[in-house]
Design a protein around this ligand. Structure first.
Ligand SMILES: [Zn+2]
Length: 114
């Protein structure tokens, strides 16, 4: 009489390994596809200056941030921060100049030392 327990355990182990491989492959494909879209896009000027490439570990880190911290990170990456350049574009301020040095526009890149 065949032992029905062992093949099931082996099958379960193989299924788990295959499932993990499928998950890894899907994750890599998603990253590649995201990277291709990122490269093709002609928008996201500021984000492209700060993020040179897709970064899965940064994405995972960002997903664990509080809403308030994620808002700050998003503002820094997109340029949609409470800085004079963006506030002027939104017609909230009338001067884009950095209040600290008075030499350049107050942007995220300027704030970070360009
Ligand atoms: Zn300045």
């Amino acid at each position: 009489m065949p032992n029905r327990g062992k093949p099931l355990q082996s099958n379960t182990l193989v299924q788990n390994i295959m499932s993990q491989n499928v998950c890894n492959e899907l994750q890599h494909r998603a990253c590649r596809e995201q990277w291709q879209q990122w490269c093709k896009a002609t928008t996201y000027r500021q984000a492209k200056q700060l993020l040179r490439q897709a970064n899965l570990s940064f994405t995972k880190y960002a997903l664990w941030l509080s809403i308030a911290d994620l808002r700050i990170v998003t503002g820094l990456l997109t340029g949609h921060a409470d800085l004079n350049r963006h506030l002027t574009l939104m017609q909230i301020r009338t001067d884009t100049v950095c209040p600290l040095c008075q030499e350049d526009e107050e942007t995220v890149l300027h704030l970070l030392g360009e």
